[in-house]
Design a protein around this ligand. Structure first.
Ligand code: FES
Ligand code: FES
Length: 155
């Protein structure tokens, strides 16, 4: 089947199999490898991308469902102004080690910020419950996101 979508700001059309998952299309067909495969069962969040601004687990999301929709991967998001404050806070707080979870984490944080769902540490913990990190112990991530939230609230 043929689908047409906006991918990272560009109109894109491609032929896919109806049963193909979005993560396979992104990584294998389009070489967009920022979304990572870990659990492959919609548990860890490392494969997170945005569809119409909402985070989805690309490992378990049919590519066919993106027809006529807007898909943003970390490769597209890093070229937007919203990327820099999150990236800078992650750098300042040393909120990543191997970085495997980070693209999904950053896109989820962005979506939650846009929805106004992050206000304090409890809301950050709730919001990021579906994004697992095996390296950092989460403290630095919580500090980085708290920093971004505080900066937005101070505006
Ligand atoms: S690889 Fe998709 S949620 Fe873990
Ligand atoms: S930084 Fe390694 S999994 Fe999060």
């Amino acid at each position: 089947m043929r689908i047409a979508l906006e991918l990272n700001g560009a109109q894109t059309s491609m032929d896919i199999e109806p049963q193909e998952f979005l993560l396979d299309v992104l990584r294998d067909d389009l070489s967009l490898t920022g979304a990572k495969r870990s659990c492959d069962t919609q548990v860890c969040g490392s494969c997170t991308v945005l569809v119409d601004g909402a985070p989805v687990s690309a490992c378990s999301y049919l590519a066919a469902e993106t027809d006529e929709r807007v898909v943003t991967t970390i490769e597209g998001f890093r070229d937007t102004p919203a990327f820099e404050p999150i990236a800078a806070a992650f750098t300042r707080q040393a909120a990543l080690q191997c970085g495997f979870c980070t693209p999904g984490m950053v896109l989820t944080i962005h979506a939650l910020l846009e929805d106004g769902e992050l206000t304090d540490e409890a809301s950050i913990r709730r919001g990021l419950a579906g994004n697992l990190c095996r390296c950092t112990g989460y403290r630095a991530i919580l500090d980085a996101v708290s920093e971004v939230v505080a900066a937005r609230m101070a505006r």
